[in-house]
Design a binder for this molecule. Sequence first.
Ligand code: VG1
Ligand code: CO
Length: 540
Amino acid sequence: MDITAVKTEPYQDQKFGTSGLRRRVSVFMQKNYLQNVVQSIFDSMEGFEGKTLIVGGDGRYFNDKAIQIVLKIAAANGFGRIIVGKNGWLSTPALSHLITLNEAFGGIILTASHNPGGKDGDFGIKFDTSNGAPAPVSLTNKFTQRAKIIDRFWWLDAPDVELGNTGKKQLGNTTIEVIDPVLDYANMMQKIFNFKAIKKLFNSGFTFTFDAMNAITGPYAKYIFEELLGLPQGSVVHAVPLPDFGHLHPDPNPVYAKHLVDRMNADDAPDFAAASDGDGDRYMILSKKLFITPSDSLAILTEHLPNLAYYKNKFYGVARSMPTSNAVDKVTKRKKIPLYVTPTGWKYFGNLLQSKKITLCGEESFGAGSNHVLEKDGIWATLAWLNILAQTNKKPAELLTDLWQKDGRIYYIRHDYENVNAENARHLMDSLGAQVPTLPGQQFGCLTVKSAEIFSYEDPITKERESNQGIVINLSKEARVVARLSGTGTMGATLRLYFSRKEKSYTDNPDEVLAPVILAASTILQISKYLEIDVPTAII
Ligand code: VG1
Ligand code: CO
């Protein structure tokens, strides 16, 4: 089998964003597009010859072909062993776990995560380093730089590797191990959580459904919830990963998983439900007629996770991304637990988790995780909830009202303006940034601006600085507006506006509580002037 250097031309749009590189499938299928990205990743690093690489994907359209390209380029670059999930499948948290379990050099996951799939959808690629964490910005910057000038990639000319059966195969000098994508991950979950207690909860008549959204968690959830924990067959729905996710948008939130919200609003709804995203790192928690925001969920996990055996005496601190509500801040303050606030994106949590500054972290965008792997983890978050419900013997609604009674309720909503003109969005953000020094003291309806800042962050471990990570406006009545541009979209720009306000009373109408905050923001930001639209495309 021949290894050759294949000549190529660089693409100028191969820029890594919040979480890897994401583009339309049609863009990824251009000649040598994926080859260029993969080779740029390897060209930016050293010392992987003979080492182990973990490879998998979320099963979306083009996954099958892309996996073969990754395997052949990785083998041509000299990796000694490649571990790949059967069918080319792995969830993001399972990939992260396999990296550390096998002391691998790193891992490549093929996913555009919560973005839609199918032929007309999105595709993507992420690299995780040897600690199982998303590549830090310093490294992804190198990938981006290299991709701009790449002129060749290494290629092993060989037949495709059969990925439908587990076992060892050979690709040139590289050993390929096709493994069951679920088993190692399920073993880890059994070490973390009290499966006996969760089983007992299920046997007591507590009903639960898990919606895998036709994406990667289907096989994981079936095995864990139905086989190991004994839930009736069919409790896991949309359980087969499909290339187009069966036309679902695999983003577990009340907008894109409306069918699950409707199910939970019905009179015969189960006691509890969860859903996850394309690559299995996000989660949504619902109970009967109740949606629990990810920000409140993080606060509840902070309250109760330290009481689970696995985390007892090992609970160092918590981190949230900046736009996440400060519900968790109230819990950490009350419990005297250190709290860190990071820019959006999981890559900022890795160093904090690894250096034992934190044990738990989460984002408003339906992500939570702990130091068990350095990626966010949807099934882990669901099991954490189930274990807490079993241990406290409380209903989800009780855990939530307990929290609100202690700390007040932070009403919270996000408005997304998707696929808007990128230049207009940039102008809006620039103009907002220019207003920052003069905003404090200004009054907007019943609210006065207390402070405003352009959020920047210094990593406490590496001291690397990140500036321009969104704009925060703190208002009176503990109200807050955050504005930032998304780094995961593939069309135009997406403006995300995050609104929150604290009230002692927790039974108010969220729309009424937040209306003055939304109004203040629209006056300050002049959204309709810049974006030529005045209604968000998604309210989450
Ligand atoms: C979004 C979320 C962010 C999350 C990222 C990756 O980024 O806001 O919190 O970490 O997606 O999630 P952005 O830049 O579009 O706002 V996943 O599940 O798509 O890897
Ligand atoms: Co994801």
